[in-house]
Design a protein around this ligand. Structure first.
Ligand code: GDD
Ligand code: MN
Length: 364
């Protein structure tokens, strides 16, 4: 097969058939292609719609993922399931201009390119399909991508591009799969070795459904930037985990202060502060650090208990190790209080992070 169109979906039930029809129309006599939808178990049962329609349209199939979230990782899995020479990545909501597909294929052939990137900002700086606020965010994000990930594209945020399957197969193990900026992820891991051209397209307004990108993706984006540049030294997820840990310490001290001020006993105040901080850490990590494996409902409650237990052990290890160093049990010299303290805290943080990644939010 020459081409697979990879389309991540989350609550796009109403867009599926219009999307398939739009592609069919633009492909005219060209039949050597398939559409692979990768759905993250949408509440609106997008996957059922796709599977139903695949009886009618023989070149349509669906990957349904459970307990997973994330545009990038969905795209990567879709790509890896394909056996075609070329892959087109595009959104399901018809915002990407499908009429450019044949042109992109032609360009790839003519110049023997690795990638052809659809760009909203090749000819102009703003797109009318985005609000003023999102346009500005886009500009800042582009600038950061250039500076931090050293990616030189007019629209590094684009979710519409063609890539040779070979490229993904080779580099998939190095992709972070974090967040929703798959193009940036590919470019920063393949480096400047890639042979590509950009093609301008008009970003259309959405007909059905709504955008899934909210304020939280800004955090994910910053993590992705960090990961592309410094991830080998300090993983972005660990950074996020520690930043949230920091807010936990602040919350702890504040609650402790308030309770003691209101004449609670120290032991009661300390216990309440500890549990409150752990609880707030859990929920922040659930939406920020492990958004792609977010726990909901009863699963969240179970995970919270695991989190209390593992972090409780982490705290014990922290205090134990710090005390061991401070009392000079390591090599008979006492280590200054702040170094002992920091080493203990670091060991605790690493333990908590490992347990969180492997147990609390383990990949199912
Ligand atoms: N499987 C899966 N999992 N798909 C998802 C997820 C997810 O967690 N989140 C979003 N999607 C799908 C949507 O269903 C849609 O088909 C596509 O990814 C893009 O999501 P939108 O919510 O429509 O994003 P947007 O329009 O605000 O932004 C898009 O366009 C920009 C410009 O090209 C995205 O593609 C951005 O990455 C891109 O910068
Ligand atoms: Mn969209």
């Amino acid at each position: 097969m020459l081409l697979s169109i990879i389309t991540p979906t989350y609550n796009e039930a109403l867009n599926i058939e219009p999307f398939i029809l739009a592609i069919k129309k633009t492909m005219k006599n060209f039949e050597d292609y398939e559409i692979i939808f990768v759905d993250d178990n949408s509440q609106d049962k997008t996957y059922e719609v796709v599977k139903f329609l695949s009886k009618k349209y023989k070149n349509v199939r669906c990957i349904r993922r459970i307990s997973r979230r994330g545009l990038s990782s969905a795209v990567i899995e879709g790509c890896l399931s394909s056996a075609a020479d070329l892959l087109i990545i595009m959104d399901a909501d018809l915002q990407h201009d499908e009429s450019k597909i044949l042109e992109m294929i032609k360009m790839q052939k003519n110049y023997n390119l690795d990638m052809v990137v659809g760009s909203r900002f090749l000819k102009k700086k703003f797109t009318s399909a985005l609000s003023k606020k999102r346009n500005t965010i886009s500009q800042v994000a582009n600038w950061l991508a250039n500076k931090i990930s050293r990616v030189h594209l007019s629209d590094p945020m684009s979710g519409f591009f063609l890539v040779k399957r070979e490229i993904i197969e080779t580099h998939a193990p190095n992709l972070t799969g974090l967040g929703f900026k798959i193009l940036l992820d590919i470019f920063s891991s393949v480096g400047n070795k890639i042979k590509y051209k950009e093609i301008s397209f008009n970003f259309k307004t959405r007909m059905f459904g709504e955008s899934k990108l909210n304020a939280l993706v800004v955090w994910e984006y910053l993590l992705l930037l960090w990961e592309t540049r410094f991830g080998k030294i300090i993983p972005a997820r660990f950074l996020s985990f520690c930043a949230i840990g920091g807010t936990g310490v602040l919350a702890h001290v504040m609650i402790l202060f308030i309770l003691i001020y209101h004449d609670f006993s120290f032991i009661a105040s300390q216990s309440i502060a500890t549990f409150s901080a752990m609880t707030s850490n859990f929920f922040l990590n659930n939406i920020l650090t492990y958004r792609d494996r977010q726990k909901k409902g009863i699963q969240a409650l179970k995970a919270l208990i695991v989190f209390y237990i593992t972090c409780g052990l982490g705290a014990a290890a922290n205090v134990g190790i710090a005390n061991y160093l401070y009392l000079g049990k390591l090599n008979e010299v006492s280590i200054t209080w702040y170094i002992s303290g920091v080493v203990g805290a670091l060991v605790g943080a690493i333990w908590n992070f490992l347990m969180s990644s492997m147990l609390t939010w383990k990949v199912r």
